[in-house]
Design a protein around this ligand. Structure first.
Ligand code: PEP
Ligand code: MG
Length: 573
């Protein structure tokens, strides 16, 4: 039977393929006494052998598709699963206590996990995560349940999951994963942002995708309208195939602007740059005519691995991006971990309100070695292009001054060692906390630029968790409250002769763009896939007319009023 789910359109495009459920199974372990100890031991050994060969396959595949560094995670798992110090006590327990293998495994593994987690040595603490993963795999074999493994997908699929963490998303194979849909999340959750940079159509926040969709169902993800069709009729499939073609034709039309500058109808130039997560995203920036990078989210370099990236690894990544852009500007944001972006190996305590917690610059100013390593890598890479450095989640002037002083210290130390560092690297901040937007006039005297992070600025101004689809109606980019803050930031920058950009999702939003152009935004940073559409739109607008529009909408009452006013003005343009 065909079923329709509605959600939030998170990444443009239409995808039709078979469903692949990426859902962690429940691994329930009960204590049972057993009669035949030899049989139970053999059952455990078989689970170990199967897990081992599975891990070897995954390791090889990961090395081929994702590179040796990602594959190293599985080497660590293979070490654990061959370790007599772990396996011995489990077998002894089965024999001496006459209990089932699942229970013996769980009890023994939990003891080791606790022991490793309490160690002072960071390397040893990371081993706890390996034991946890291996235990999960072994339990799944013993209990006869399957654990999904996205890196092994080898046919075209639509991924169905409750949520996708940014590191899950990073592991999706673009060749086979044609689209995805999740139960939770909003337009600015990081899985949605990643989907856009990977050009994978996605619908998030459907509330019941995992309840409704089974493995093998045929699914249409309509990332343009936020709809998911399950087992659609042949007529619906035909209609969507046509829409997908029309969308491709529209993209071909926009593609003609790839080598053009972004100039309004009355000759005003703005910069359209891209948000990226990894050096691999550069291809998309270049193919979509990006004039640079306005936000490089460096935290993805730290994810999907077992320990912090070294200075050298970071240097290589930053150098690759700077060289790839051949002198075009690249704004690199320092580590913004926390919120929905976790680094399990840092073993940070769980927080009640992670979006309001120990994250981003707060963590970097506290754990300075992490911060300093990144800054050194950036400074060393600076000679390979036009680097600008940006600090995330700045709430006070004190934080900015401290971060800048640490940057300066690292620079002086490198220079003293004879390392080349580019002259005059611009240092700016993200404006994503209301206190900073309100104080923008003061900040503008000290920073070189602002980049407005509306994903967080809207969540903090409206007090609405960006991950929670139940409050997603409060994601209101056109609300005059937001527009007035944006205006304050742009005006403050201009008063001090600085530039103001925006790198939140609002910068690529077709309804927001006319107002932002009118407010005088200098730089618009968005998913690479939105750039050509935005360039086409701006070329049809007059900046002067948009200035009048922007001023008038600031006095309107609601998000909807502004939306209607902009749509009316643009349709006349
Ligand atoms: C933002 O908050 O708008 C932003 C660009 O940063 P992130 O989405 O990575 O939090
Ligand atoms: Mg942010």
């Amino acid at each position: 039977m065909s079923t329709l789910l509605s959600g939030i359109a998170a990444s443009n495009g239409i995808a039709i393929a078979k469903a692949y459920r990426l859902i962690e199974p429940e691994l329930k372990v009960e204590k049972k006494s057993i009669e035949n100890v030899a049989e139970e031991s053999a059952r455990f050994k078989a689970a170990v052998d199967m897990s081992k060969s599975e891990l070897q396959n995954i390791r090889e595949k990961a090395a081929e598709d994702l590179g040796e560094d990602k594959a190293a995670i599985f080497d660590a798992h293979l070490l654990v699963i061959s370790d007599p110090e772990l396996l011995g006590p489990i077998e002894d327990k089965i024999k001496s206590e006459n209990i089932n293998a699942e229970f013996a495994l769980k009890e023994t593994a939990d003891m080791f996990i606790l022991m490793f987690e309490q160690m002072d040595n960071e390397y040893m603490r990371e081993r706890a995560a390996d034991i946890r993963d291996v235990t999960k795999r072994l339990l799944a074999h013993l209990l006869g349940v399957q654990i999904p493994n996205p890196s092994m997908i080898a046919e075209e699929v639509i991924v169905i999951s409750e949520d996708l963490t940014p590191s899950d998303t990073a592991q999706l194979n673009r060749q086979f994963v044609k689209g995805f849909t999740t139960d939770i999340g909003g337009r600015t959750s990081h899985s949605a942002i990643m989907a856009r940079s990977m050009e994978i159509p996605a619908v998030v926040g459907t509330k019941e995708a995992t309840k409704t969709i089974q493995n093998g169902d045929i699914v249409i993800v309509d990332g343009l309208n936020g709809q998911v069709h399950i087992n659609p009729t042949p007529e619906v499939i035909k209609q969507y195939e046509k829409e997908a073609q029309a969308y491709e034709a529209q993209k071909a039309e926009w593609a003609k602007l790839v080598n053009e500058q972004t100039i309004s109808k009355d000759g005003h130039h703005v910069e359209l740059v891209a948000n990226i997560g990894t050096p691999k995203d550069l291809v998309g920036v270049i193919n979509n005519g990006g004039e640079g990078v306005g936000l490089y989210r460096t935290e993805f370099l730290y994810m999907g691995r077992e320990q912090l990236p070294t200075e050298e690894e970071q240097f290589e990544a930053y150098k690759a991006v700077l060289e790839g852009l051949k002198g075009k500007p690249v704004v690199v944001r320092t580590l913004d971990i926390g919120g929905d972006k976790e680094l399990p190996y840092l073993n940070l305590p769980k927080e009640m309100n992670p979006f309001l917690g120990y994250r981003a610059i707060r963590l970097c100013l506290d754990q300075q070695e992490i911060f300093r390593t990144q800054l050194r890598a950036l400074l060393r890479a600076s000679q390979y292009g036009d680097l600008k450095i940006m600090f995330p989640m700045i709430a006070t002037l004190g934080e900015f001054r401290q971060a800048k002083a640490i940057l300066e210290e690292e620079k002086q130390q490198l220079l003293a060692k004879g390392v080349t560092v580019a002259e005059g690297i611009e240092v700016g901040i993200m404006v994503e906390i209301p206190s900073t937007a309100v104080m923008a006039d003061t900040f503008a005297k000290e920073v070189d630029f602002f980049s407005i992070g509306t994903n967080d600025l809207i969540q903090y101004t409206m007090a609405a968790d960006r991950m929670n689809e139940r409050v997603s109606y409060l994601y209101q980019p056109y609300n005059p409250a937001i527009l007035r803050l944006v205006k304050m930031v742009i005006d403050a920058a201009h008063k001090e002769g600085k530039w103001a950009g925006m790198c939140g999702e609002m910068a690529g939003d077709e309804t927001a763009i006319p107002v932002l152009l009118g407010l005088g935004l200098d730089e618009f940073s968005m998913s690479a896939t939105s750039i050509l559409r935005a360039r086409s739109l701006i070329s049809k607008l007059s900046k002067e007319e948009m200035e009048a529009l922007a001023i008038s909408v600031l006095d309107l009452e609601t998000n909807e009023d502004v939306q209607a006013a902009v749509e009316a003005a643009v349709s006349k343009a």
